[in-house]
Design a protein around this ligand. Sequence first.
Ligand code: HEM
Ligand SMILES: *[C@@H]1O[C@H](CO)[C@@H](O)[C@H](O)[C@H]1NC(C)=O
Length: 354
Amino acid sequence: MRLLSSFVLVAMLGLVASTPAPQGESTGNPACSIWLDVRDDMQSGLFNGAKCENGVHKALRLAFHDSIGFSQSLTASGQFGGGGSDGSIIEHSAIELTFGPNGHLEGIVEPLRALAIKHGVSFADIIQFAAAVGVANCRGAPRLEFMAGRSNSSQVSPPRLVPGPGNSVDQILSRMADAGFSADETVDLLASHSIAAQEGLNSAVAGSPFDSTPDVFDTQFYVETLLKGILNTGPTTGFAEKLSPLPGEFRMQSDFAIARDPRTACRWQALTNDPVLMSQAFRAAMVRLSTLGNDRSTLQDCSDVIPIPNSNPSPPTLPGGKTEADIEASCPDTPFPVLPIAPGVAPPIPPVAV
Ligand code: HEM
Ligand SMILES: *[C@@H]1O[C@H](CO)[C@@H](O)[C@H](O)[C@H]1NC(C)=O
Protein backbone atom coordinates (compact mmCIF):
# COMPACT_ATOMS: atom_id res chain seq x y z
CA MET A 1 0.00 0.00 0.00
CA ARG A 2 2.82 2.37 0.98
CA LEU A 3 4.82 1.25 -2.05
CA LEU A 4 1.82 1.76 -4.31
CA SER A 5 1.13 5.28 -3.09
CA SER A 6 4.76 6.36 -3.43
CA PHE A 7 4.69 4.93 -6.94
CA VAL A 8 1.63 7.05 -7.74
CA LEU A 9 3.34 10.10 -6.25
CA VAL A 10 6.47 9.54 -8.35
CA ALA A 11 4.31 9.10 -11.45
CA MET A 12 2.49 12.36 -10.67
CA LEU A 13 5.75 14.23 -10.17
CA GLY A 14 6.85 12.87 -13.55
CA LEU A 15 3.75 14.40 -15.13
CA VAL A 16 4.31 17.74 -13.47
CA ALA A 17 7.92 17.72 -14.65
CA SER A 18 6.86 17.37 -18.27
CA THR A 19 5.12 20.79 -18.20
CA PRO A 20 7.60 23.66 -18.66
CA ALA A 21 7.64 25.98 -15.65
CA PRO A 22 7.99 23.98 -12.39
CA GLN A 23 11.37 22.33 -13.04
CA GLY A 24 12.57 25.79 -13.99
CA GLU A 25 12.93 25.44 -17.77
CA SER A 26 11.87 29.08 -17.83
CA THR A 27 11.75 31.78 -15.20
CA GLY A 28 8.94 34.11 -14.19
CA ASN A 29 11.42 36.99 -13.87
CA PRO A 30 13.30 37.94 -17.08
CA ALA A 31 16.17 39.30 -14.97
CA CYS A 32 16.78 35.73 -13.81
CA SER A 33 17.16 34.11 -17.23
CA ILE A 34 20.98 34.21 -17.14
CA TRP A 35 20.77 31.71 -14.28
CA LEU A 36 19.12 29.08 -16.49
CA ASP A 37 22.36 28.90 -18.51
CA VAL A 38 24.57 28.94 -15.43
CA ARG A 39 22.48 26.13 -13.95
CA ASP A 40 22.70 23.89 -17.01
CA ASP A 41 26.44 24.49 -17.34
CA MET A 42 26.96 23.71 -13.64
CA GLN A 43 24.80 20.57 -13.68
CA SER A 44 26.54 19.02 -16.66
CA GLY A 45 30.09 19.94 -15.61
CA LEU A 46 30.67 20.54 -11.92
CA PHE A 47 27.85 18.29 -10.73
CA ASN A 48 28.56 15.47 -13.16
CA GLY A 49 25.02 15.29 -14.57
CA ALA A 50 22.97 16.58 -11.61
CA LYS A 51 24.37 14.08 -9.08
CA CYS A 52 24.47 14.49 -5.29
CA GLU A 53 28.14 13.78 -4.73
CA ASN A 54 31.41 15.44 -3.74
CA GLY A 55 30.95 18.56 -5.92
CA VAL A 56 27.62 19.28 -4.25
CA HIS A 57 28.98 18.57 -0.76
CA LYS A 58 31.83 21.01 -1.34
CA ALA A 59 29.55 23.68 -2.84
CA LEU A 60 27.32 23.60 0.25
CA ARG A 61 30.27 23.74 2.62
CA LEU A 62 31.71 26.67 0.65
CA ALA A 63 28.43 28.58 0.95
CA PHE A 64 28.63 28.26 4.74
CA HIS A 65 32.29 29.27 4.90
CA ASP A 66 31.72 32.37 2.73
CA SER A 67 28.61 33.50 4.61
CA ILE A 68 29.74 32.89 8.18
CA GLY A 69 32.45 35.53 7.78
CA PHE A 70 30.11 37.95 9.50
CA SER A 71 30.52 39.19 13.07
CA GLN A 72 28.15 41.54 14.85
CA SER A 73 30.55 41.86 17.79
CA LEU A 74 33.49 42.94 15.61
CA THR A 75 31.26 45.49 13.90
CA ALA A 76 30.03 46.76 17.29
CA SER A 77 33.62 47.23 18.41
CA GLY A 78 34.30 49.45 15.41
CA GLN A 79 36.24 46.89 13.36
CA PHE A 80 35.36 45.36 10.01
CA GLY A 81 33.06 42.44 10.84
CA GLY A 82 33.11 40.73 7.44
CA GLY A 83 30.69 40.99 4.54
CA GLY A 84 28.80 37.70 5.08
CA SER A 85 27.65 36.20 1.77
CA ASP A 86 29.99 38.42 -0.20
CA GLY A 87 32.12 36.09 -2.33
CA SER A 88 35.27 37.01 -0.41
CA ILE A 89 36.28 33.35 -0.15
CA ILE A 90 36.72 33.37 -3.95
CA GLU A 91 37.89 36.95 -4.48
CA HIS A 92 40.41 36.71 -1.63
CA SER A 93 41.05 32.98 -1.79
CA ALA A 94 44.81 33.49 -1.56
CA ILE A 95 44.24 34.64 2.03
CA GLU A 96 41.01 32.97 3.14
CA LEU A 97 41.93 29.46 2.01
CA THR A 98 44.89 29.60 4.40
CA PHE A 99 42.45 29.82 7.35
CA GLY A 100 42.58 26.42 9.11
CA PRO A 101 38.89 25.47 8.80
CA ASN A 102 38.88 26.31 5.06
CA GLY A 103 41.00 23.30 4.11
CA HIS A 104 40.16 21.34 0.94
CA LEU A 105 37.96 24.03 -0.60
CA GLU A 106 40.23 25.01 -3.52
CA GLY A 107 38.68 22.19 -5.59
CA ILE A 108 35.35 24.05 -5.58
CA VAL A 109 36.61 27.65 -5.42
CA GLU A 110 38.47 27.47 -8.76
CA PRO A 111 35.66 25.95 -10.88
CA LEU A 112 33.16 28.42 -9.40
CA ARG A 113 35.50 31.35 -10.06
CA ALA A 114 35.73 30.24 -13.71
CA LEU A 115 31.95 29.73 -14.06
CA ALA A 116 31.20 33.17 -12.55
CA ILE A 117 33.63 34.90 -14.89
CA LYS A 118 32.37 32.95 -17.92
CA HIS A 119 28.74 33.93 -17.26
CA GLY A 120 29.41 37.43 -15.90
CA VAL A 121 27.79 36.86 -12.50
CA SER A 122 29.20 37.81 -9.11
CA PHE A 123 31.34 35.49 -7.00
CA ALA A 124 28.94 35.98 -4.08
CA ASP A 125 25.94 34.92 -6.16
CA ILE A 126 27.58 31.90 -7.76
CA ILE A 127 28.50 30.48 -4.36
CA GLN A 128 24.92 30.58 -3.07
CA PHE A 129 23.56 29.44 -6.43
CA ALA A 130 25.85 26.39 -6.53
CA ALA A 131 24.68 25.43 -3.03
CA ALA A 132 20.99 25.75 -3.96
CA VAL A 133 21.27 23.89 -7.28
CA GLY A 134 23.56 21.28 -5.73
CA VAL A 135 21.34 20.56 -2.73
CA ALA A 136 18.41 20.07 -5.15
CA ASN A 137 20.30 17.10 -6.63
CA CYS A 138 19.99 15.26 -3.30
CA ARG A 139 16.89 13.16 -2.71
CA GLY A 140 14.82 14.45 0.22
CA ALA A 141 16.28 17.97 0.15
CA PRO A 142 14.25 21.18 0.28
CA ARG A 143 14.16 23.45 -2.76
CA LEU A 144 16.29 26.31 -1.39
CA GLU A 145 15.64 29.97 -2.08
CA PHE A 146 18.00 31.71 -4.51
CA MET A 147 18.29 35.48 -4.50
CA ALA A 148 20.50 37.12 -7.14
CA GLY A 149 22.28 40.46 -7.20
CA ARG A 150 24.95 40.35 -4.50
CA SER A 151 27.88 42.70 -5.06
CA ASN A 152 31.01 41.36 -6.77
CA SER A 153 33.40 43.29 -4.57
CA SER A 154 34.39 42.29 -1.08
CA GLN A 155 37.02 42.75 1.59
CA VAL A 156 38.98 39.87 3.12
CA SER A 157 37.03 38.21 5.92
CA PRO A 158 38.50 38.69 9.39
CA PRO A 159 40.19 35.47 10.59
CA ARG A 160 38.75 33.02 13.15
CA LEU A 161 35.09 33.37 12.10
CA VAL A 162 34.67 29.87 10.61
CA PRO A 163 33.94 27.28 13.33
CA GLY A 164 36.17 24.20 13.50
CA PRO A 165 35.47 20.58 14.49
CA GLY A 166 37.71 20.82 17.56
CA ASN A 167 35.75 23.79 18.95
CA SER A 168 33.64 23.36 22.09
CA VAL A 169 29.86 23.68 21.96
CA ASP A 170 30.26 27.01 23.82
CA GLN A 171 32.61 28.32 21.16
CA ILE A 172 30.39 27.17 18.29
CA LEU A 173 27.14 28.48 19.77
CA SER A 174 28.67 31.84 20.58
CA ARG A 175 30.25 32.16 17.13
CA MET A 176 26.92 31.25 15.50
CA ALA A 177 25.03 33.69 17.78
CA ASP A 178 27.48 36.43 16.79
CA ALA A 179 26.42 35.80 13.17
CA GLY A 180 22.72 35.87 14.20
CA PHE A 181 21.87 32.17 14.62
CA SER A 182 20.20 30.57 17.64
CA ALA A 183 21.18 27.18 19.08
CA ASP A 184 18.17 25.59 17.32
CA GLU A 185 19.14 27.15 14.00
CA THR A 186 22.69 25.89 14.42
CA VAL A 187 21.34 22.36 14.85
CA ASP A 188 19.05 22.90 11.85
CA LEU A 189 21.97 23.98 9.66
CA LEU A 190 23.88 20.82 10.56
CA ALA A 191 21.37 18.94 8.38
CA SER A 192 24.05 19.77 5.80
CA HIS A 193 26.22 17.08 7.39
CA SER A 194 23.68 14.57 6.12
CA ILE A 195 25.18 15.10 2.63
CA ALA A 196 28.81 15.36 3.66
CA ALA A 197 32.13 13.64 4.14
CA GLN A 198 35.61 14.55 5.39
CA GLU A 199 38.95 14.74 3.65
CA GLY A 200 41.15 16.78 5.93
CA LEU A 201 40.55 15.40 9.41
CA ASN A 202 41.81 11.89 8.69
CA SER A 203 43.32 11.63 5.23
CA ALA A 204 43.80 7.85 5.52
CA VAL A 205 40.01 7.58 5.22
CA ALA A 206 39.34 10.54 2.92
CA GLY A 207 35.75 10.45 1.72
CA SER A 208 34.38 8.86 4.89
CA PRO A 209 30.87 10.31 5.29
CA PHE A 210 29.13 11.60 8.42
CA ASP A 211 26.15 9.30 7.93
CA SER A 212 25.36 6.09 6.04
CA THR A 213 23.59 7.95 3.18
CA PRO A 214 25.77 10.91 2.04
CA ASP A 215 23.85 11.16 -1.25
CA VAL A 216 20.44 11.54 0.46
CA PHE A 217 19.24 14.52 2.52
CA ASP A 218 17.74 12.45 5.34
CA THR A 219 17.60 12.29 9.12
CA GLN A 220 20.11 9.42 9.40
CA PHE A 221 22.83 11.93 10.30
CA TYR A 222 20.90 12.99 13.42
CA VAL A 223 20.12 9.34 14.33
CA GLU A 224 23.59 7.94 13.77
CA THR A 225 25.52 10.68 15.63
CA LEU A 226 23.61 9.60 18.76
CA LEU A 227 24.75 5.96 18.51
CA LYS A 228 27.45 4.85 20.94
CA GLY A 229 30.93 5.18 19.37
CA ILE A 230 32.74 1.84 19.19
CA LEU A 231 35.45 1.94 16.53
CA ASN A 232 38.07 3.95 14.68
CA THR A 233 37.17 4.29 11.03
CA GLY A 234 40.82 4.61 9.95
CA PRO A 235 44.09 3.05 11.08
CA THR A 236 44.70 5.96 13.48
CA THR A 237 42.55 8.65 15.09
CA GLY A 238 42.30 11.84 13.04
CA PHE A 239 42.05 15.49 14.06
CA ALA A 240 38.96 16.20 16.19
CA GLU A 241 37.78 12.64 15.52
CA LYS A 242 35.59 10.66 17.91
CA LEU A 243 34.86 6.94 17.89
CA SER A 244 32.35 6.04 15.18
CA PRO A 245 29.36 3.70 15.58
CA LEU A 246 29.60 2.18 12.09
CA PRO A 247 32.54 1.00 9.96
CA GLY A 248 33.32 3.58 7.29
CA GLU A 249 31.45 6.41 9.00
CA PHE A 250 33.37 9.41 10.36
CA ARG A 251 32.34 11.29 13.49
CA MET A 252 33.74 14.72 14.28
CA GLN A 253 34.07 15.98 17.84
CA SER A 254 31.78 18.99 17.38
CA ASP A 255 28.86 16.99 15.95
CA PHE A 256 29.28 14.45 18.77
CA ALA A 257 29.19 17.21 21.38
CA ILE A 258 26.34 19.27 19.89
CA ALA A 259 24.18 16.12 19.67
CA ARG A 260 24.61 15.62 23.45
CA ASP A 261 24.76 19.15 24.89
CA PRO A 262 21.76 20.16 27.03
CA ARG A 263 21.30 23.34 24.91
CA THR A 264 21.02 21.47 21.62
CA ALA A 265 20.16 17.82 22.35
CA CYS A 266 16.36 18.20 22.27
CA ARG A 267 16.34 19.95 18.89
CA TRP A 268 18.78 17.31 17.65
CA GLN A 269 16.53 14.49 18.83
CA ALA A 270 13.42 16.16 17.34
CA LEU A 271 15.13 16.03 13.96
CA THR A 272 15.95 12.30 14.18
CA ASN A 273 12.52 11.19 13.00
CA ASP A 274 11.01 14.27 11.37
CA PRO A 275 12.20 14.68 7.76
CA VAL A 276 9.62 17.41 7.13
CA LEU A 277 10.87 19.51 10.05
CA MET A 278 14.47 18.85 8.98
CA SER A 279 13.80 20.04 5.47
CA GLN A 280 11.74 23.11 6.41
CA ALA A 281 14.04 24.22 9.23
CA PHE A 282 17.14 23.84 7.07
CA ARG A 283 15.49 25.85 4.29
CA ALA A 284 14.52 28.64 6.68
CA ALA A 285 18.01 28.86 8.18
CA MET A 286 19.59 28.82 4.71
CA VAL A 287 17.38 31.76 3.66
CA ARG A 288 19.14 33.78 6.36
CA LEU A 289 22.63 32.32 5.94
CA SER A 290 22.69 32.85 2.18
CA THR A 291 21.89 36.55 2.41
CA LEU A 292 23.93 37.51 5.50
CA GLY A 293 25.39 40.98 5.09
CA ASN A 294 23.11 41.80 2.14
CA ASP A 295 20.07 44.06 1.90
CA ARG A 296 17.39 41.66 0.63
CA SER A 297 15.39 44.51 -0.90
CA THR A 298 18.19 44.99 -3.45
CA LEU A 299 18.11 41.33 -4.57
CA GLN A 300 15.92 39.56 -7.15
CA ASP A 301 14.13 36.34 -6.29
CA CYS A 302 15.32 33.79 -8.85
CA SER A 303 14.23 30.72 -6.87
CA ASP A 304 12.22 29.29 -9.75
CA VAL A 305 15.50 28.48 -11.53
CA ILE A 306 16.36 25.97 -8.80
CA PRO A 307 15.39 22.38 -9.73
CA ILE A 308 12.68 20.62 -7.73
CA PRO A 309 14.40 17.92 -5.63
CA ASN A 310 13.19 14.32 -5.72
CA SER A 311 11.55 13.07 -2.55
CA ASN A 312 13.13 10.41 -0.36
CA PRO A 313 10.78 7.47 0.21
CA SER A 314 12.96 5.81 2.92
CA PRO A 315 11.81 6.43 6.52
CA PRO A 316 14.31 7.03 9.36
CA THR A 317 15.73 3.77 10.78
CA LEU A 318 18.24 2.44 13.27
CA PRO A 319 21.02 0.85 11.20
CA GLY A 320 20.78 -2.95 11.02
CA GLY A 321 22.47 -4.61 13.98
CA LYS A 322 21.82 -1.66 16.33
CA THR A 323 19.07 -1.38 18.91
CA GLU A 324 17.60 1.44 20.94
CA ALA A 325 20.09 0.46 23.70
CA ASP A 326 22.90 1.76 21.46
CA ILE A 327 21.38 5.26 21.40
CA GLU A 328 22.89 7.79 23.83
CA ALA A 329 19.61 9.60 24.39
CA SER A 330 20.47 13.13 25.51
CA CYS A 331 17.23 15.10 25.65
CA PRO A 332 15.97 15.09 29.25
CA ASP A 333 12.45 16.20 28.26
CA THR A 334 11.42 13.45 25.84
CA PRO A 335 12.36 9.80 25.32
CA PHE A 336 14.19 8.94 22.10
CA PRO A 337 11.57 8.06 19.43
CA VAL A 338 10.97 4.42 18.54
CA LEU A 339 12.46 3.80 15.09
CA PRO A 340 12.23 0.70 12.91
CA ILE A 341 15.48 -1.28 12.74
CA ALA A 342 16.84 -1.88 9.22
CA PRO A 343 17.05 -5.62 8.43
CA GLY A 344 20.36 -7.52 8.57
CA VAL A 345 23.63 -6.02 9.75
CA ALA A 346 24.64 -2.69 8.19
CA PRO A 347 27.54 -3.29 5.76
CA PRO A 348 30.62 -1.03 5.99
CA ILE A 349 29.80 2.39 4.57
CA PRO A 350 31.79 3.01 1.38
CA PRO A 351 33.75 6.28 1.06
CA VAL A 352 32.48 9.05 -1.21
CA ALA A 353 34.73 9.65 -4.24
CA VAL A 354 36.73 12.83 -3.49
C1 HEM B 1 28.73 24.79 12.99
C2 HEM B 1 29.81 24.09 13.01
C3 HEM B 1 30.41 23.31 11.87
C4 HEM B 1 31.61 22.69 11.95
C5 HEM B 1 32.55 22.69 13.12
C6 HEM B 1 31.82 22.02 10.68
C7 HEM B 1 32.96 21.29 10.37
C8 HEM B 1 33.14 20.54 9.22
C9 HEM B 1 34.31 19.76 8.92
C10 HEM B 1 35.54 19.65 9.79
C11 HEM B 1 34.10 19.13 7.74
C12 HEM B 1 35.06 18.20 7.01
C13 HEM B 1 35.89 18.99 6.00
C14 HEM B 1 36.91 18.11 5.31
O1 HEM B 1 37.74 17.51 5.98
O2 HEM B 1 36.87 18.00 4.06
C15 HEM B 1 32.80 19.54 7.28
C16 HEM B 1 32.23 19.13 6.11
C17 HEM B 1 31.08 19.67 5.61
N1 HEM B 1 30.33 20.70 6.17
FE1 HEM B 1 30.49 21.40 8.03
N2 HEM B 1 30.76 22.23 9.88
C18 HEM B 1 29.87 23.03 10.54
C19 HEM B 1 28.68 23.52 10.03
C20 HEM B 1 28.29 23.38 8.71
C21 HEM B 1 27.22 24.12 8.10
C22 HEM B 1 26.34 25.14 8.80
C23 HEM B 1 27.16 23.71 6.80
C24 HEM B 1 26.22 24.15 5.69
C25 HEM B 1 25.12 24.81 5.86
C26 HEM B 1 28.18 22.70 6.61
C27 HEM B 1 28.37 21.97 5.47
C28 HEM B 1 29.31 20.96 5.32
C29 HEM B 1 29.35 20.07 4.18
C30 HEM B 1 28.34 20.00 3.05
C31 HEM B 1 30.49 19.27 4.35
C32 HEM B 1 31.00 18.16 3.43
C33 HEM B 1 32.09 18.65 2.51
C34 HEM B 1 32.61 17.53 1.64
O3 HEM B 1 32.07 16.41 1.67
O4 HEM B 1 33.59 17.79 0.90
N3 HEM B 1 28.86 22.55 7.80
N4 HEM B 1 32.23 20.39 8.21
C1 LIG C 1 34.21 40.09 -10.30
O1 LIG C 1 35.50 40.45 -9.88
C2 LIG C 1 36.55 39.74 -10.51
C3 LIG C 1 37.88 40.21 -9.93
O2 LIG C 1 37.94 39.94 -8.56
C4 LIG C 1 36.53 39.91 -12.01
O3 LIG C 1 37.49 39.08 -12.63
C5 LIG C 1 35.14 39.53 -12.54
O4 LIG C 1 35.06 39.79 -13.91
C6 LIG C 1 34.08 40.33 -11.79
N1 LIG C 1 32.77 39.89 -12.24
C7 LIG C 1 31.78 40.77 -12.48
C8 LIG C 1 30.47 40.17 -12.89
O5 LIG C 1 31.92 41.96 -12.39
